[in-house]
Design a protein around this ligand. Structure first.
Ligand SMILES: *Cc1c(COP(=O)(O)O)cnc(C)c1O
Length: 355
């Protein structure tokens, strides 16, 4: 049976990218050795990092003065590295979900944290608007895509202070005006690569402005200076990211990804809104194109487990919603196909016809 991968993360990757990475694990570039057993200092690996950096700069149109680095530790480590490197006195945070809250918790260890707005009282079903950003904050931290709740900020926020964004689950899904950000970071395992590496796009000028001493490995400047090679980097996830960046470019880049994301999301949300059994959980104007969250309508609540079983039997993988939202979540990252979303919609229609 053909499987359709809707996992929220780790998540779907293009088949070609998985095959190229698997091949390099068996033999890397005709060296007779596996990618897993060569030195990252060997002349063979540097071109991989260089290409991943160059492709990121090209795809995101990264302006001069920014550097792209790859670091281990997961996006969760950036929650503490961000205030370590950027919070001198006060930072502003937009609370749009569990990941944003975790980022705030770490920042509080370093200084004053202003929560500019929160949608917690509505279980994060919308993105707060019209909030006041303190002009004396060192930065405003946002989570552009809320993986768990299926809400997304797709328009650049107008801010008097530099932005820092956790783009873990929508990086490379659309063009971004990088110049508005002091830092963009993302764990790779949602929309870029396999787990094990973070991508960071950092404004070099904005570093080394805090007065505290920063441990070497937590200091972004260490890794900017060393070109992601200060210590042994996660070579396989970086290689996989490089292959995926090549794939993204070959597909037509981020404008194309944005168009396809809209196309996929229109198909799924269209069915959620039409089908009498289901309803979306996020406020319409804030609906994520990456993680589509929906539940059974109240009068059909008891069919939830049945639908999950029905969809699973037809090859849908990972459509169970996060426990804090319930229902279902169809993650539609870059590698998700129109065929995949059509297969899900066919399941929803068929299930409706039975009830
Ligand atoms: C998954 C996720 C994280 C956490 O990533 P780890 O790599 O597991 O630490 C952080 N932020 C967002 C938006 C996520 O989706």
């Amino acid at each position: 049976m053909k499987m359709y991968n809707f996992n929220a993360g780790p998540s779907i990757l293009p088949r070609e990218v998985i095959e190229a990475t698997a091949a390099a694990c068996l033999e890397f570039n005709g060296t007779g050795l596996s990618l897993m057993e060569i030195s990252h200092r060997a002349k063979y690996f540097q071109p991989v990092v260089d290409e991943a950096v160059a492709l990121t700069k090209e795809l995101l149109d990264v302006p001069a003065g920014y550097e792209v680095i790859f670091l281990a530790g997961g996006a969760s480590t950036e929650f503490c590295r961000v205030p370590y490197n950027f919070l001198e006195k006060k930072a502003a945070y937009l609370n749009t979900g569990v990941w944003a809250k975790k980022a705030m918790k770490e920042a509080k260890l370093f200084g004053e944290v202003v929560e500019v707005a929160s949608s917690a009282a509505a279980n994060y079903t919308y993105i707060p608007k019209d909030f006041v950003i303190p002009a004396d904050a060192d930065y405003l931290h946002i989570t552009t895509n809320n993986t768990i709740y299926g809400t997304e900020i797709r328009k650049e926020i107008d801010s008097p202070v530099p932005l820092i964004a956790d783009m873990s689950s929508d990086i490379m899904s659309r063009p971004v005006d990088v110049s508005k950000y002091n830092l963009i970071y993302a764990g790779a395992q949602k929309n870029l690569s396999m787990a094990g590496v973070n991508i960071l796009i950092v404004k070099v000028d904005a570093l080394e402005k805090v007065s505290r001493a920063i441990p070497t490995m937590l200091n972004y400047m260490t890794h900017v200076t060393a070109g992601s090679m200060f210590n042994t980097p996660p070579v396989v996830p970086i290689y996989c990211a490089m292959q995926n960046l090549r794939w993204l470019k070959a597909q037509g880049g981020l404008e194309k990804m944005d168009r396809l994301a809209h196309e996929r999301a229109d198909i799924v949300y269209g069915e959620i809104d039409r089908n009498k059994l289901f309803r979306g959980t996020a406020k319409e104007e804030d609906r994520s194109l990456m993680n589509i969250c929906f539940v059974m309508n109240d009068e059909y609540k008891e069919l939830e487990a049945d639908f999950l079983k029905f969809a699973t039997e037809r090859g849908m993988v990972g459509v169970k919603g996060h426990r804090s939202v319930g229902g279902f979540r169809a993650s539609c990252y870059n590698a998700q196909t129109i065929e995949g979303v059509n297969a899900l919609v066919a399941c929803m229609k068929e299930f409706e016809s039975k009830h």
